[in-house]
Design a protein around this ligand. Sequence first.
Ligand code: CND
Ligand code: ZN
Ligand code: ZN
Length: 371
Amino acid sequence: MVIKCKAAVAWGPHQPFSIEEIEVAPPKAHEVRIKIVATGICRSDHHFQSGAISDFKFPVILGHEAAGIVESVGEGVTKIKPGDKVIPLCIPQCGECRCCINPKSNLCYKTDMGKYFGLMSDNTSRFTCKGKLIYNFVNTSTFTEYTVVNEIAVAKIDDNAPLDKVCLIGCGFSTGYGSAVNTAKVEPGSTCAVFGLGGVGLSVIIGCKVAGAARIIGVDINSDKFTKAKELGATECINPKDNENPIHEVLAKMTNEGVDYSFECVGNTDIMTSALVSSHYGFGTSVIVGVAPSTSKISFDPMLILTGRTLKGSMFGGWKSKDYVPKLVCDFMEKKFELDGLITHKLPFEEINKGFDLMHQGKSIRTVLLL
Ligand code: CND
Ligand code: ZN
Ligand code: ZN
């Protein structure tokens, strides 16, 4: 049966979300239809909404950080059933492609990230609104009461998991935390610098702390973010605006010539370079986590790399999604980390534009929309 429900449609770049009644087709073979219960607002949703990413298609239903309950399943779906609690996976795990079978990678040929077909695997969409096809977003599309995803893009989680919190495991938390523990492999006693203290950067801080870092330096142009950063594990915070010298020089002075690990969690190529320069000569590692506009380019003196620094990138924190999302939920249930500190606002779904305003005003870390 087709379901009619509410969704926040982005009709074109820069336009505010419009709450519309849409039709959601039933799941086809190997697909799952999900009732979304809670969805977080991530900066990446804005990057796509604002047209910063080339080849991206509108109209679209954005949203990629969510948790919900399975409503129905298509033919051939055996491991997930109606009533199961699930998290949609913005990086799927097909288990068969060259990336999936390589333990070094968490990407998957079936991801829509970087290609943006915006359609299901049979080249159609399950969403329509006012007679128009609505595109899908990175295998998830969660700003809607109901969505349909491929079974490779959904993980069954603990029946007792609080969906209004674990939705953050669908992106922001896992991305930041994994960037520290998987991608950088932060070691006990190390010194780290985290550029950008939003939901992603603060989750990097949680990861650095769990990994036993001795010093965690938060960097943000909004000093209002420092209290929370310190609560979550930052040992010091600095604001580039309060310093005359470039931030890499300030960090070099503070850290005896550079940090062991730096993380860019803003999405700005100048900061990516600055983070790389801030890492120590001979052994420092810098991880790009932020998503920059497609047209931007990075340039730096190759001597930085020749002399032993490593530059890496991390999508979804390096986690193979289907394997690790249920485990991260269990770790949360066992109180190995907390998510409350990252959630500053909860709003009814209809107030989605207010949620984005709060992010742009620098007033929120994560706003969770409740459906
Ligand atoms: P959010 O907007 O909440 O945080 C960004 C922070 O950066 C804010 O606190 C800003 O004040 C701060 N900032 C802005 N400019 C500067 C600057 N010049 N120097 C220092 N700090 C600055 O964003 P978020 O935490 O939701 O996301 C952060 C980035 O991570 C963003 O680019 C997003 O698109 C990306 C991301 C990546 C992935 C992935 O898998 N790699 C997944 N989700 C989001
Ligand atoms: Zn794959
Ligand atoms: Zn995200």
